[in-house]
Structures are given as C-alpha cells and as structure tokens.
Ligand binder design. Structure first.
Ligand code: MN
Length: 485
C-alpha cells in the first residue's frame, strides 16, 4: 500500500535538495486534517520550463497542480494545470534553489499565499474561492485527460475593464525629418535611434512572442527574449522596441545583426546566439496587465515603462530625454549612432500609423531598395556577385535607382548568391530602361528581396550616389519600399 507522500519522497533525496522531506509516518493531526485546512500557496518555479505550482491544503497534504502559464485572470481563457504529486504541508513555506540535476532543479519563490474555501471537491471538479494578496476569486479545476486538468476563473477579471493580451499591435512608425524648432524643444522627448530591427514583444505567462514590423513571428530567431519573459513572471504586456547586435566597439550595428536576422533553425540559432548575442531595447509599452495604455500620452507611457525597470543580460529600457534635442543629436553623432527620434510628449501611440508625432532625425542617409538583378564581378571575382541592381517603388512600378558594389562581407555575398539563384528570371523587373553599361551582363531576378543601402545623395537622374550595402531587410515588404526624402 502506498502511504501518503510516498510519491513525493520517491522523487527526492533529502541529502541533495533543500526541500522539506518529512520522514514516513502519520500526517500532521488536528485542524489540518480532513479537509479543514484552508491554506493555499502558489510557487513560481523557474525549472526547465517555467511554471506556477498551485497547492491546496487538504487531508494533511498539499494537493498540487503545475500551471505552465499561471492562474488565468480572465474567465475567457482557461489554462492547463498538470496534476502532480501531493506535497507535505511544510512545503507551503518553501522557497529556495533546488540544485540542477535534482527533480525540479531551479529556483522556487512564493508567488502568493492565503486562505481558501472549498465549494466542491470531487474527482471531476474542484471549486474553490481564493483569498490571496495577488490573486483572489472563484476558480474551478477539472480533469481533461490523465494528469492534465484545466483551471478556469469563474469570477470576472480583477479589473472592471480588463483587456486580454492583444494578438497584434502594429508598431507606430516615425516620419523622417529635421529636429523640431528650438521653441518646440520642450514639447518633445528625445531618444537615440538604434540601428537594429523593430520588434513587438508579447509577454504572458512568462513566455515571449516577438513579431517583426511586417507581422512575421521572429520568436525563434531571438531566444534571448525567453529569459526576459521569465523574469516578468505573471505580468502580461506588449513592448515595442528594437533588437540590436553590437559591433566591436559596442555600437548597435545593423550589419552585425544580419547574421541573426534571417536564422530560425534552433541549432543554428543556438550557435549564433553564443557568437552574436542580441539585446532587446524597449522604448514603449502598448499593453500592461489588462490595460491598454495606447491612448495615454507618450510621457505617461514612458513612466509606465520605466517603472517596469526592465534590465537584464539581454534586455534594457532605453533612455529618453525631455527636451534638449540639439544636445541629444550631437551626442548621437559623437557616439557614431544612427540618429535620434523626437517624440511629442503629448502624443498617443498610433498602432500601424506613420505619424508626424514621432520624427526620426538621421545622421546616416539610408534607403530601402528592392533587388532587381545583379552583375558578376570582374576578373577573379567573375564567379560571384559584383554588384546588385536596385530599384524603388513608384506609381510607375519598380524604378531603377542604381547599383551597389561595396559594403558586402564575403559571407553576405555568398548568402545573397544563394537567395538570388532561385529568383532568376529572363526579363528585367524594372519598369524603366537601364543605362546600357548598367544593363550589360545583368542577371535579372524577381523583385522580392528587400535590402538597405547607405548613400550620399540622390542624383538629378534619381540614382543613389555612392551607395554602400547595409544588409537584407526581411522585416520589410517589397511593396512598401518607397524613396525616402
Ligand atoms: Mn514545480
């Protein structure tokens, strides 16, 4: 006959784990027995997979479920709750580190504790009312298959106008322009512009999901975000920010990020994440624990974001400055950064809109381009790409904007050759005629790859002067590539 807590003891060696392991014997007596005990505890457990252990005192033990996403706060969303072995009552006070390699190795913290009332307790249904510091309300647990149960909140959400985590909030976009006039300086917040790739990061139940500017799921490319989400526990939020990789002098570099941007295979991502780590720089918050702050002015959203104190090995909150745009711009030049963004202090967040409330002031002139073909190199480079033929979209279609033959690393050239090979086509994708020297030896491709170049200026015949390749932009669609002012 198995005695109570035998399965618990069988998984643990008291010499190796700091968890309480009571010796076999009778369970504690008194009011703690026969279902009159009324303690509940929820432990946040950072094990191989983050979960919250939900335990209810009953019959002298803690009846337990592991809830991967934590208790739901919204009756519209049920969460999985995996029934686990009964724990000893003394476990209700346990917090600490279980050594790696032991059962449940990782950190355990008490997330909430309190009392509860039982409304119903059968094998098919457990209905309780929790009275905790962080969670209160009526919950029901019911089995669905084997050890898998579901937990459902029966009360309305804890806030009257509580909103579920949105599925999609498109990033607000900045308009390219000049610094606001000196007299308006105090009406703006100024941020440095980070030379990386935009990401909207959705955090719920300690898990992150990241979407690019063009709504692609890029979560698999940036495993660094996992630790950030785990550190946020049960908070739910959507952050707007930039994923950056640093160059050898510690500056964000779009070129360096290239080796991470287009990779999704887990083994490749793991290897590259060790070589080229990325950092997520958060600069706005567009959902926060059941509330939608997008209508709040920038200055209030920044206060909410700053209060989160996001800071970790691979994530930070970016600084911002109230007024002083000239000094911020000068500092960005001095530090060799891409530019700054001026944001109106009173402006709401406008999802998916290119707004004049946000002005990007660039130190570096860049242009997104569509690759329409390439030309082989000269002499010893004849078997590789010598230059790319570039176009921008206009009302007339894809219009030729010149060719770029510098700024490539060898790895970038090889990668481009691989990506362009299957796109080969017999005719030019450009709406206009190319000058004869540019068209000579040209290999045409379907215009589906977007890249970015740095350049000096537009010539009078609408070509890029002195363009230099910066990298591919898988986060942009060919149709949205327009000539920048
Ligand atoms: Mn656990």
């Amino acid at each position: 006959m198995t005695r109570p807590l035998d399965p618990y003891r069988a998984k643990r060696d008291p010499g190796r784990t700091p968890e309480p392991v009571p010796p076999p014997g009778p369970l504690p007596a008194g009011r703690l027995r026969n279902g009159r005990g009324d303690t509940f505890v929820i432990q946040e457990h950072h094990a191989t997979a983050l979960h919250w252990d939900f335990r209810l005192e009953r019959g002298g033990v803690l009846v337990s479920w592991a809830v991967p996403k934590g208790l739901p706060l919204d009756p519209r969303t049920n969460h999985l709750a995996v029934h686990t072995e009964d724990h000893p009552l003394s476990y209700a006070g346990f917090a600490g580190d279980i050594p790696a390699g032991e059962y449940g190795g990782g950190q355990v913290a008490i997330w909430d504790r309190g009392t509860y009332q039982t409304e119903k307790w059968t094998d098919r249904e457990v209905k309780v009312v929790l009275h905790g510091a962080r969670v209160s309300g009526r919950y029901v647990l019911f089995p669905i298959r084997g050890k898998n149960w579901m937990i459902h909140r029966m009360d309305p959400p804890p806030l009257p106008d509580w909103q579920p985590l949105p599925e999609l909030v498109r990033p607000m976009l900045a308009t390219a322009g000049a610094l606001p006039a000196e007299r308006d300086d105090e009406r703006y917040g100024f941020e440095l512009k980070w030379d990386g790739v935009r990401a909207m990061v959705y955090v719920q139940g300690g898990r992150a999901r990241a979407l690019s500017r063009n709504d692609r799921d890029v979560t698999a490319s940036y495993p660094e975000l996992r630790a950030m989400a785990a550190s946020l526990g049960t908070r739910q939020l959507v952050l707007d920010g930039e994923v950056v990789a640093l160059d050898e002098v510690g500056r964000p570099s779009f070129g360096v990020l290239q080796s991470r941007m287009h990779v999704t295979k887990p083994a490749d991502v793991r290897r590259l994440a060790a070589q080229v780590p990325v950092t997520f720089l958060a600069f706005d918050v567009v959902h926060l624990d059941g509330r939608d702050p997008t209508a709040l002015p920038y200055v209030e959203r920044r206060a909410l974001l700053d209060a989160l104190e996001l800071s970790g090995p691979a994530w930070q909150t970016t600084p911002w400055f109230r007024g002083g745009g000239r000094q911020v711009l000068a500092a960005s030049v001095q530090q060799g950064l891409e530019g700054i963004v001026a944001k109106r202090l009173d402006s709401p967040y406008q999802p998916g809109r290119r707004s004049e409330a946000w002005i990007k002031v660039k130190n570096l002139r860049t242009q997104e381009v569509v690759i329409g073909g390439w030309k082989p190199g000269q002499g010893r480079r004849a078997d590789t790409i010598g230059s790319l033929l570039l176009g921008v979209r206009t009302d007339d279609g894809l219009v030729y904007a010149g060719h770029v033959g510098t700024g490539f690393t060898d790895a970038a050239l090889r990668d481009l050759a691989d990506r362009l090979a299957p796109l080969r086509q017999r005719t030019s994708p450009f709406a206009d005629e190319l000058p004869r020297p540019d068209a000579r030896d040209a290999v045409w491709v379907a215009p589906s790859l977007v890249g970015e170049v740095e350049f000096g200026e537009w010539t009078r015949d609408r070509r890029l002067r002195h363009p230099s390749w910066r990298g591919l932009r898988s986060d942009k669609e060919p149709a949205e590539v327009r000539r920048e002012p």
